[in-house]
Design a protein around this ligand. Structure first.
Ligand code: GLU
Length: 448
């Protein structure tokens, strides 16, 4: 889509000021390409330079994280926290520990998070953080020492009213536990609301672990409903086999779909009769093994494939739940050929711009991550709410709240797309609805 003239100039400025940050450019570009109609409708936002301000993080923190491995060797990693926008509430967003993490990665994730959090309708601003630390193959003690060193710097920047981190790739309940322990020790405060995704026996919330995956399945159920369809009897492909993928598979199975493939960075498994989720959970959550082990244990039922893309497996619904840019133009074309009618992004920005164009042009219902995977952060906001009132809700009540939130996000995207004359375009609907909410709040708060 051609960009609105004013936005074209703003985008050129973003490119010039943030050289080399490809993923950040991609995330900004996608939003600026869709919000033209909203910019025209609200000249008062342009007068206040709202878009320029949204593209510039409020604060960017980079720090050294030194730690010692089990043999006594010293390692130096880099830590990040980008506090992007706090118009709607404290900065909120996860921490990613992965060797590929650079400032630009954290900025793309933080930028997306601002819009995602706005879409939930809850009082949370946007931020993101992480490190280039690689947890793969590290012992528990090493992970603990790393987390303690990371928090020894991060603690001064966060707080339940300031900035509330959570997990993302490479950061699960084990890491959140070590981070919370160190925060508690340094500050001498049992400040439950400073981190979300905590364990259930020390302030965590029911359904937080399941929330991103369950929420994605609920969102896609709504997209299917809007086309007069359901999950019932449909073949589904889920990429990844981490937290998001596992709980997406669980909910899709409960809703009547059959997940026939999932993956990790070594390849994918194809199991035409349906993925055995208990086996995946044991391999990935307990034994921390590679996905190839699944096919070995399933005997002749499943095959392990390393030389093709998981998107070549024919399916009605595709749920990319691994990482950014995992569906390119060719993958999207393969999905369309295989009969795919709906794609829900469980991961952040898993579809390239060219891939998204192919899907939209083919009439596939395409739920962008900032809408489809918002269930995780929404349930984090519910965890903050429970921490603030020293309460804890039941699983059933929490899941009901999550489902209502996802139905609300779907309606907001769907109706906004209709209102702006782009029916069925969830990308435009999500970006415009989120932009309008953030812009309205920023305008009200004055030039800060
Ligand atoms: N990392 C998740 C996301 O991408 C969750 C963030 C949170 O719960 O704060 O939205």
């Amino acid at each position: 889509m051609p960009m609105h003239g004013d936005l074209e100039r703003i985008y050129a400025d973003v490119l010039a000021r943030n050289p080399g940050e490809r993923e950040f450019h991609q995330a900004v570009r996608e939003v600026l390409e869709s919000i033209g109609p909203a910019v025209d409708k609200h000249p008062e936002y342009a007068d206040a330079k709202i878009v320029e301000r949204i593209c510039e993080p409020e604060r960017q923190i980079i720090f050294r994280v030194p730690w010692e491995d089990d043999r006594g060797a010293i390692h130096i990693n880099r830590g990040f926290r980008v506090e992007f926008n706090s118009a709607l509430g404290p900065y909120k967003g996860g921490l990613r520990f992965h060797p590929t993490v650079l400032l630009g990665t954290v900025k793309f994730l933080g930028f997306e998070q601002v819009f995602k959090n706005a879409l939930t309708g809850l009082p949370i601003g946007g931020g993101k953080g992480g490190s280039d630390f690689d947890p793969k193959g590290r012992s528990d003690r090493e992970v603990m020492r790393f987390c303690q060193s990371f928090m020894t710097e991060l603690y001064r920047h966060i707080g339940e009213y300031t900035d509330v981190p959570a997990g993302d790739i490479g950061v699960g309940s084990r890491e959140i536990g070590y981070l919370f322990g160190q925060y508690k020790r340094i500050t001498n405060r049992y400040e439950s609301g400073v981190l979300t995704g905590k364990g259930l026996n020390y302030g965590g919330a029911q359904v937080r672990r399941e929330a991103t995956g369950y929420g994605c399945a609920f969102f896609v159920e709504e997209m299917l409903r809007a086309r007069g369809e359901t999950f019932d009897g449909k073949d589904v492909v889920v990429s990844g086999s981490g937290n998001v993928a596992i709980y997406t598979i669980e909910k899709v199975h409960q809703l009547g779909g059959r997940v026939v493939a999932c993956s990790d960075s070594s390849g994918f498994v194809h199991d035409p009769k349906g993925i055995d989720l208990e086996l995946i959970k044991d391999l990935k959550e307990v034994r921390r093994e590679r996905i190839g082990a699944y096919a070995e244990e399933r005997g002749g039922e499943a095959t392990f494939v390393t030389d093709r893309s998981v998107w070549e497996v024919p399916c009605a619904v595709a749920l990319p739940s691994a990482t950014q840019n995992e569906i390119d133009e060719a993958d999207a074309a393969a999905l369309v050929r295989g009969g795919c009618i709906a794609v829900g992004e469980g991961a952040n920005m898993p579809t390239t711009p060219a891939g998204a164009r192919v899907l939209l042009e083919a009439g596939v219902s395409f739920g962008p991550g900032k809408a489809a995977n918002a269930g995780g952060v929404a349930t984090s906001a519910l965890e903050m709410q429970q921490n603030a009132s020293r309460d804890s809700w039941s699983f059933a009540h929490s899941e009901e709240r999550l489902r209502d939130i996802m139905i609300g996000i779907h309606a907001r995207c769907f109706e906004t797309a209709e209102e702006y004359g782009m029916p069925g375009n969830y990308v435009a609907g999500a970006n415009i609805a989120a932009y309008a909410r953030v812009a309205e709040a920023m305008l009200a708060l004055g030039l800060v």
